[in-house]
Unconditional design. Structure first.
Length: 301
């Protein structure tokens, strides 16, 4: 197993190059980790390393406009642009990957597999589904738009995160936030994403079509896991039940002590749920184009 991640990059076309970190043997079955809006590939905590330890080739990507990946030349951050990026990455891999997608990454995953079934070996949606709570969405949007001028210090940024997620202990040393911030020429710290994500004509929330996402969910035939943060104000219990009614073969994990950012809030429980789920699948490296059979189940963490 690779103890330190290997830097990788994927040409998604249209001037977009996606940066990523890869753990594990290149011969292992691939699993992609796609973060949520405003996050970076560093959002997964120890999940990628744990997957590598279980035999997977785990690849955490910065999505377009985030982290070290290219900002969209045309400012296109609508869901179809992220879905097209995912298709380009899948085409570059030696076998169909499983995909773990949080929030924005989960929506792109749902569109890809729902509209082109058989593209992915398995789907893990993290605190996202076709239906979400408007108040939870608005709280995220407000946080992302709140500090366009950035922060004078890392401590200021840590205070902002603590106010947004009071259930999560504030780190004593805010240096870890450097992975999610960029130091600009004026010396201030700004979130490491393109401001047009939230304010451009083709911003993330420019189009939202729950009926389309319902159709995508009904089309899922690959093994599927929905992971919800039990404290989430974005994906309610009712929203989770709605998804499970559309995908009756899906498995479900409700992670206690976690809000919308499940992997960051309770990485231990989140990682266990994902590793256990993927560990029950046929190995795609030995059968790269065969779809595994879904297994109905429910679990609570």
């Amino acid at each position: 197993m690779t103890r330190r991640p290997e830097r990788v990059a994927f040409d998604a076309g249209g001037g977009i190059v996606l940066a990523g970190d890869a753990w594990g043997s290149p011969d292992g079955p691939p699993v992609l980790l796609l973060h949520g809006g405003g996050q970076t590939r560093h959002a997964w905590g120890g999940t990628a390393a744990a997957l590598a330890g279980a035999g997977w080739r785990a690849i955490a990507l910065d999505q377009r406009g985030h982290g070290d990946s290219t900002w969209a030349p045309d400012g296109d951050y609508r869901i179809d642009a992220f879905a097209d990026d995912l298709r380009a990455v899948v085409a570059a891999l030696p076998a169909r990957p499983a995909v773990v997608g949080a929030s924005l990454g989960g929506l792109a995953t749902l569109v890809v597999e729902g509209e082109t079934p058989g593209t992915l070996a398995a789907v893990v949606l993290v605190d996202i589904g076709p239906r979400t709570q408007p108040a939870g969405v608005e709280r995220i949007v407000a946080f992302m738009r709140a500090r366009p001028d950035g922060f004078a210090t890392l401590d200021e940024a840590a205070d902002a995160v603590a106010a947004y997620a009071p259930h999560r202990p504030r780190p004593r040393d805010p240096k870890g936030l450097e992975k999610n911030l960029r130091r600009t020429a004026d010396g201030r710290w700004r979130w490491h994403w393109d401001p047009r994500l939230m304010d451009g004509e083709k911003r993330i929330d420019a189009t939202r079509d729950p009926a389309r996402l319902d159709t995508c969910a009904r089309a899922l035939r690959c093994p599927t896991l929905l992971v919800r943060g039990r404290l989430s104000d974005l994906l309610s219990e009712e929203d989770a039940r709605h998804f499970l009614s559309l995908v009756p073969t899906a498995r479900f994990a409700d992670v206690s002590g976690a809000g919308h950012m499940v992997a960051g809030d309770r990485n231990d429980r989140f990682t266990r749920a994902v590793v256990d789920f993927l560990g029950g699948l046929p190995c795609p490296s030995t059968s790269p184009r065969r779809a595994a059979s879904p297994r109905p189940a429910r679990s609570r963490s």
